[in-house]
Structure formats: C-alpha cells, structure tokens
Design a protein. Structure first.
Ligand code: PLP
Length: 419
C-alpha cells in the first residue's frame, strides 16, 4: 500500500496544468485503483438492523446507533414537540441570537450524566475537537492564558482525525505517542519538559482497536506532570458505566479528567457533540471556542430528542449488558472461524481486521452481495495496509441477524482464501 502513496506522489509530474488538472488526475487514480469510497443511498431505516438501500433489503452493521434509540417512537415524538415549540433551528450562533432553554437543559443533563461540573453542546463532535485544542493551547489575547510557544499536545498515534485537525489548526507543537503506551507517553513528556502548558489527549474507547482505555492511569500521569487531560468519549458515552456516562462513570474518575468531548451520534442515536468539564474551563470555552462563537448551535429538535434519550440511557443497564454479550459472542465466533478480530474488550463495534486493501475491497463487495451493509474502513481513515470492518451492533439486532452476518463473513472469507 505504500506503493499507492508513492504512485500518488508521482502523479504531480503527469498532471495536466490548470487548477483542476491535478485534482482530476488524483480522482482518476483513486477511482481506477478502486479506492474511491462507495456512497450508497439508504431509502429507509438507516438506524435499524433491517434497512432498505437502493431498493434492496440489507442487514445494517454500519450504523452506530448502539442503544437503538434513534428510531424510538418517544424520542421521535420529543423531537417533533421541540420543533413545534422552537422551530427547526436555534436561530444562529449563541453569541448572537441567545441560547435556547432546551439546549441549556440538555447541557445540564449531560454534565450530570458525565459527572462533570458543566457542559457545552456543539453541532458536531468533530467541531468540538477541532475547536477545543486551539482554546487550550493558544493565546486568546496578550499571551493569556498561554503563549503558543509554551504549549504542547501529546496525542495517541491512533487518535481520531478531528483531534489531529484541531492540532493543525492551532499550529501547536504536537507529539504523538505509541498507541496506549504510558511508557512512551512518559518518555515524550520528559523530552518536552521545557513546554509548560501540556495537554494529553486520548480516547475512552478506541473502537477501531476494540479497546477500552484505562483512563485512571492517564489521570495519574497527567497529575504527575501537571498536564491537562482531555478524553474523547465519542464511543464511550451511553455504552460505558453504570449510568452510561462514559469513561468518567465507568472508571469513577470524573474528578481527574479536565475535559471530556463526546458525540451525540453514536450510542445516543442523534447528532451533535459536547464538551464537559469544570465550570471554569467551560466558561473559558464560552469566551474562546471558535466552533461555538462562529457557528450556529445544535438544532432544537435534536436537543428535545436528546433529553428523552438521556432519560433512557441512565436506566439502560440491561441493554448495555446485552450489547456486551452480543459483542462477546460475535468476537469469539468470528475468531473461532479463523478471522482476526482486534482488541480485548466487548464493545459494540467489533473490529474485523483484514489488512490488505484489495482483499478488504473484495470482502466488502462480497458482504454487500450477501445482503450485509458494513463499509470498509480503509486508508486514509486507517494506515495503509491496515483496513478493517467496524461491525456495529445495535440493541435491536437479534441473534438471527448476527448469525446471518457470521455466515456471510465465513462464505466470503473462504471464497477469498482469508480463512
Ligand atoms: C473518536 C471520535 N471522535 C470524534 C468523532 C466526531 O464525532 P461527530 O460524528 O459527532 O462529528 C468521531 C466520529 O466518527 C469519533 O469516532
């Protein structure tokens, strides 16, 4: 796969001149190599186990609606009630048009669920990550609170692209440490001890690796080094913890985490993002977070839906246990069939590792022909030669759906000589 990167670099010399010449050349190359992502049109039930895609029924294993709340009748009714009362949009940036009470209530509830003091919602988790790194590392005015040159961010090498984009936007010194290696992180803290404003970023759940991260170990290291700790809990909220509050709830360590960033579009079944932390940090983000200041707020209907979702999440203990046991069954069954399934933990997105892109693409089309919808995660979303499927399990998946998935994987895997 590194040849692909080299071949792409060589295209510069062959490209037609003019603005679009290089873009067209690149697109042709990506399409001809079969690497252009397929976009299928889902006609109904995108968040249900049985979906209709381009006129054909499919079993859906690509949606992250883990708790199956997206299609819940009471949740949809709550969204409609909120739209009837407030209209479809929030009216603009909260700095310009005020802030809607239903969104303020949602933030109070998210703070309570995560165990943090305060919370701010943002239209997407991506925007939350992109904005927050800059706020934590760059000067706002007059070298306050930090001058850019005293800041450094330590990120796990597999951190989500939204954090990497946030680091680039901030222009801050960014140091990658080996995936989930506290030893390597400590070595790099030591090497960069001259930078006094340190921020460590990890994820609570690395869904592409099948791992729950031991956040208390990061809390201890962050304290030792007087660093801020930011945890991206996009795949942990709703799934981990007795109340579904994500990493702080699961590890009972809310007081050791400075900020938790999360997404409303995975287990919570909606769309949107949030940042939760101390009152001081959230007040500071109200002042500085450009993805809040310069962008419109969460839609009101979504806030209404999410309030209903949160009522359910806190008591969804049985659903969380069932999801874990379905994940356990799927992981162990696929492994017994000879597949490589990454990670030690029973989280509801199960990473089925393929590796080679050409095999991954052939496997993906085999699954599609067998009526299974689960797009391939491939370069550039994962490193070249490390493609995989993220098989997402929802509460409404029944054993017969999982059986059909395994049967399709085994048939396609044998045809391709993968198992
Ligand atoms: C770990 C992680 N962080 C952040 C995001 C971005 O969240 P959102 O979809 O709300 O923009 C995602 C979504 O894919 C994610 O997986």
């Amino acid at each position: 796969m590194f040849e692909v990167v080299r071949a792409v670099a060589a295209l510069r010399d062959e490209a037609e001149t003019g603005h679009l010449g290089r873009i067209e050349r690149l697109l042709d190359f990506v399409r001809d190599s079969g690497l252009y992502p397929p976009f299928h049109t889902v006609e109904s039930r995108i968040n249900e186990p049985e979906s209709v895609i381009e006129g054909r029924p499919y079993l859906m294993f690509g949606a992250n609606n883990y708790l199956s709340l997206s299609e819940d009748e009471a949740v949809k009714a709550a969204a409609i009630r909120a739209i009837s009362r407030y209209g479809i949009g929030p009216g603009g940036s909260r700095h310009m048009s005020g802030t809607v009470d239903i969104i303020v209530e949602l933030e109070r509830r998210l703070a309570d669920l995560t165990g943090m003091e305060a919370c701010m919602t943002i239209p997407t988790g991506y925007m939350a990550n992109v904005g927050v790194i800059r706020s934590l590392t760059c000067e706002f005015v007059g070298r306050m609170p930090y001058s850019d040159s005293e800041s450094v961010v330590f990120v796990d090498e597999y951190i989500h692209g939204s954090v990497s984009d946030g680091c680039r936007l901030a222009g801050v010194r960014t140091v990658r440490y080996r995936h989930n290696s506290l030893d390597d992180l400590e070595r790099r803290l030591e090497q960069n001890r001259g930078y006094t404003n340190r921020v460590i970023v990890t994820e609570g759940v690395f869904c592409l690796e099948g791992e729950i991260i031991d956040i208390p170990e990061y809390v201890a290291l962050a304290r030792e080094w007087d660093a801020m700790l930011l945890v991206d809990d996009a795949h942990a909220i709703g799934v981990l913890g007795p109340r579904g509050g994500g990493s702080p709830d699961y590890h009972d360590c809310a007081d050791g985490i400075d900020l938790v960033v999360g997404s409303l579009d995975k287990a919570l079944g909606g769309t949107g993002g949030y940042i939760a932390g101390s009152r001081t940090l959230i007040d500071y983000l109200w002042l500085t977070l450009r993805s809040n200041v310069l962008s419109s707020a969460l839609p009101c209907g979504m806030a209404g839906a999410m309030l209903e979702v949160l009522d359910r999440v806190e008591t969804a203990t049985d659903i969380r246990a069932e999801l874990a046991s379905k994940a356990h069954w799927l992981r162990t069954t696929l492994r017994a069939e000879g597949f490589t399934v990454l990670g030690p933990h029973d989280i509801p997105s199960v990473p089925l590792f393929i590796g080679d892109e050409a095999e991954g693409i052939a496997f993906a089309s085999g699954l599609l022909e067998s009526g299974i919808y689960c797009p391939l995660m491939r370069w550039p979303a994962v490193p070249p030669g490390r493609c995989r499927f993220r098989l997402s399990i929802m509460a409404r998946h029944e054993q017969r759906h999982l059986d059909a998935l395994v049967e399709a994987c085994v048939t396609v895997g044998r045809d391709l000589g993968i198992i």
